[in-house]
Design a protein around this ligand. Structure first.
Ligand code: TUI
Length: 310
C-alpha cells in the first residue's frame, strides 16, 4: 500500500499516529514508528526544552522516521518551532491554527510540513503556504474539532488540493483505513486507538474508559464559544454542558477545563478530567501493543482492498 505519503515520510504503512497532548510522548511515537507507521510526539502545552528532550529520547529508541505535532495555541509554539528546526525531525504536523509563519524555516531544515485542517478553505490556504500534505480531520475526532464529518471533508479536500491528503476522525480499524482510501486519502491518522495502546503513558483509568466506551459516549463541550472539544462523557462534561446551556461565560466554563487533560492522562481522574477521545472509542476493545494494532489494521485493510480490486 505505497502512496505519496509513505514515500514522503519514508514509512512502510500509510498510518500516522495523532499528536495527542500529554499522551503522545517519545515512547508511543517510537513504538508506532518501529512498527512501520509514523510516530508523532505531541508537544501539547510542553515547554520547548521538554520537546527537545522528547525528540532526543525518541531518536535513541528508533532509527525510523518520526515527527512532532505543534499545537499552535500553545504560547511556546514559536520556541518549539525553532527546536524542531534545530533537531531536524522528518515532519511536523500542526493543530489549532495556521503554521504559515514557520513554514520557511522548516522547509530550509528539510522538514516536511503537514498541517491539520478542518475545512476545504484551510486546506487550500495551507497548500498555497507550501504544505507538503494535509491531515483532513473530521468532527468524529477527539479533542479540538471542526464541524465537518470525515465522510464529507476528505473527498472535498482531496478534490480541492494537489498535495496528498491524510484522513483523520473516526478511523480505528482496517475498514476505516480502506474507506478513507475510497474517499481519496493516501494515509490515515489515528489517535483514540493509540491512547489505549500498551506503550501509551495514559493512566489505566483513562484507557479503561476508552475500552468500555460505547458509540455515543462522547460529548462536545465549548460549542457556544467557538472552542468545541470532544471527550468522553463524565461529571465534568455534564456540569460544563449544563452551565453552557445556562449561558455561562467563557471564563467561568474554562475553570472546569484548566489542567483537566493533564489530570485525566497523568492522574487518571475520570470524574473531573478531560477524557479526550473520538467517536470511534466504542470500537476499541482492548489494550494492545502498537505493533499488534498496526499489523491488525493493515491486514484487514489489505484484505478488503484486494477483494474490491477483484
Ligand atoms: O488540534 C487539534 N486537536 C486538538 S488540540 C488539543 S489541545 C487542547 N487542550 C485543551 C483544550 C483544548 C485543546 C486537543 N485536540 N486538531 C487539529 C485541528 N486543527 N482541528 C482544527 C484545527 C484548526 C483550527 C483552526 C486548524 C486551523 C485553524 O485555523 C487556521 C486559520 O487561520 O483559519
Amino acid at each position: 500500500m505505497k502512496t505519496r505519503i509513505t514515500k514522503l515520510l519514508g514509512i512502510e504503512y500509510p498510518l500516522i499516529q495523532g499528536g495527542m497532548a500529554w499522551v503522545a510522548e517519545s515512547r508511543l511515537a517510537a513504538a508506532v514508528s518501529e512498527a512501520g507507521g509514523f510516530g508523532i510526539i505531541g508537544a501539547g502545552a510542553a515547554p520547548a526544552a521538554i520537546v527537545r528532550e522528547q525528540i532526543r529520547q525518541c531518536r535513541a529508541m528508533t532509527d525510523k522516521p518520526f515527527g512532532v505535532n505543534i499545537m499552535l495555541m500553545n504560547p511556546e509554539a514559536q520556541d518549539i518551532a525553532g527546536v524542531v528546526a534545530e533537531e531536524g525531525v522528518t515532519a511536523v504536523t500542526t493543530g489549532a491554527g495556521n503554521p504559515g509563519r514557520y513554514m520557511a524555516d522548516w522547509k530550509a531544515a528539510g522538514i516536511k510540513v503537514i498541517p491539520v485542517v478542518a475545512s476545504v478553505a484551510q486546506a487550500r490556504m495551507m497548500e498555497r503556504a507550501g504544505a507538503d500534505a494535509v491531515v483532513a480531520e473530521g468532527m468524529e475526532s477527539g479533542g479540538h474539532i471542526g464541524s465537518s464529518t470525515t465522510m464529507t471533508l476528505v473527498p472535498q479536500v482531496a478534490d480541492a488540493v494537489e498535495i496528498p491528503v491524510i484522513a483523520a476522525g473516526g478511523i480505528g480499524d482496517g475498514r476505516g483505513l480502506a474507506a478513507a482510501f475510497m474517499l481519496g486519502a493516501e494515509a490515515v491518522q489515528m489517535g483514540t486507538r493509540f491512547v489505549a495502546a500498551k506503550e501509551s503513558i495514559a493512566h489505566e483509568n483513562y484507557k479503561k474508559k476508552i475500552i468500555a466506551a460505547k458509540d455515543i459516549d462522547s460529548q462536545v463541550t465549548g460549542m457556544s464559544h467557538g472552542h468545541p472539544v470532544r471527550q468522553l462523557r463524565n461529571q465534568m462534561t455534564r456540569e460544563y454542558l449544563k452551565l453552557e446551556k445556562e449561558g455561562a461565560s467563557f471564563e467561568e466554563l474554562e475553570q472546569l477545563t484548566v489542567g483537566a487533560l493533564r489530570r485525566a492522562v497523568l492522574e487518571g481522574d475520570i470524574v473531573n478530567g478531560s477524557l479526550m477521545a473520538g467517536q470511534i472509542a466504542g470500537l476499541v476493545g482492548r489494550e494492545q501493543t502498537c505493533g499488534e494494532i498496526i499489523r491488525e489494521i493493515m491486514e484487514q485493510a489489505a484484505a478488503l482492498l484486494e477483494r474490491r480490486g477483484s
